[in-house]
Design a protein around this ligand. Structure first.
Ligand code: NAD
Length: 262
């Protein structure tokens, strides 16, 4: 007899799902039976992902939208609930990276990183929690980073934003525990996505070295000679979305091939 899929019939709303970790989470969740609503500023891959999800026997919809704009967030969350039913799981994966020497930050760059990574997570969480409250269950999963667990050169805005995501996760965990809602953060290390390629490019440029040397320097910090495949982060997200993690809330789980050990 086929075993029950872990998210069968659950409605999951994922931001930043057009590529990278968000896309891997979407497909992993669809394989486990979740109905998906995908939101991203760049929507070019979303129709193909919707098709793939439907071929796995789940319902799926999408919206192009910016997580920093309250009206766009509200419309997408509303559409998800109308099309797929009450949201059971929110994954806040939309994020941007910026590597800049501290004294060179423009206010505009600083603000945009905080807006997308922190305010976007806040707005999506608020829109979903308004509807989740009263249903007696729900899971919020936020993408932080190992940058949220330590400081690093040239990462003032990004690292600050990812520390803030952990704080926000814990506040949600405490405020909504009585409603049966959990909130946890994932702190990945170096994951094989376009964002990591951007990290390498930007740091190499600031340091005046070639990107391959920069990448080798990053990899020397890891206990494994590789970049983490996005599907491994998706499997951790699956655990946090499933009933197996019902007793876990307010946690920041590091997945970094040993770069950070806390
Ligand atoms: N790749 C890594 O090594 C790594 C490590 C730690 C944490 N993370 C975090 O994981 C998350 C996903 O990263 P990734 O590597 O998949 O990045 P990515 O750049 O491959 O994908 C990010 C997605 O977010 C979307 N996005 C950006 N701004 C948005 C906005 N305002 N509104 C809606 N969507 C928006 C982008 O269009 C893109 O599709 C991010 O929060 C990132 O900070 C990544």
């Amino acid at each position: 007899m086929a075993s029950q899929r872990q998210l069968e019939g659950k409605t999951v709303f994922i931001t930043g799902a057009n590529k990278g970790i968000g896309a891997a989470i979407a497909l992993e969740f669809a394989r486990e039976g979740a109905n998906l609503f995908l939101m991203d500023l760049q929507a070019d891959n979303l129709p193909a992902m919707i098709e793939e999800a439907r071929s796995l026997g789940v319902k799926a919809g999408h919206r192009q939208g910016d997580v920093t704009l309250p009206a766009e967030v509200e419309q997408a969350v509303d559409a998800a609930e109308k099309d797929l039913g009450g949201i059971d799981v929110l994954v806040n994966c939309a994020g941007i990276f910026q590597s800049t020497p501290f004294l060179d930050y423009s206010l505009e760059n600083w603000t945009r990183v905080l807006e997308v990574n922190v305010t976007g997570t806040f707005l999506c969480s608020q829109a979903v929690l308004r509807r989740m409250t009263g249903r007696g269950r729900g899971k919020i999963i936020n993408l932080s980073s190992i940058a949220g667990r330590m400081g690093s050169k040239f990462r003032a805005a990004y690292s600050t934003s990812k520390h803030a995501v952990i704080g926000l996760t814990r506040c949600i965990a405490i405020e909504f525990a009585e409603q049966g809602i959990t909130a946890n953060a994932i702190c990945p290390g170096m994951v094989d996505t376009d964002m990591f390629a951007q990290v390498v490019r930007q740091d190499a440029e600031i340091r005046g070295i070639d990107p391959e040397t920069m990448k080798a320097q990053f990899q020397s910090r890891s206990l494994k000679p590789r970049l983490i495949p996005p599907v491994e982060i998706a499997r951790l997200a699956l655990y946090l979305a499933s009933p197996a993690s019902d007793g876990m809330t307010g946690q920041a789980l590091t997945y970094s091939d040993g770069i950070v050990m806390q």
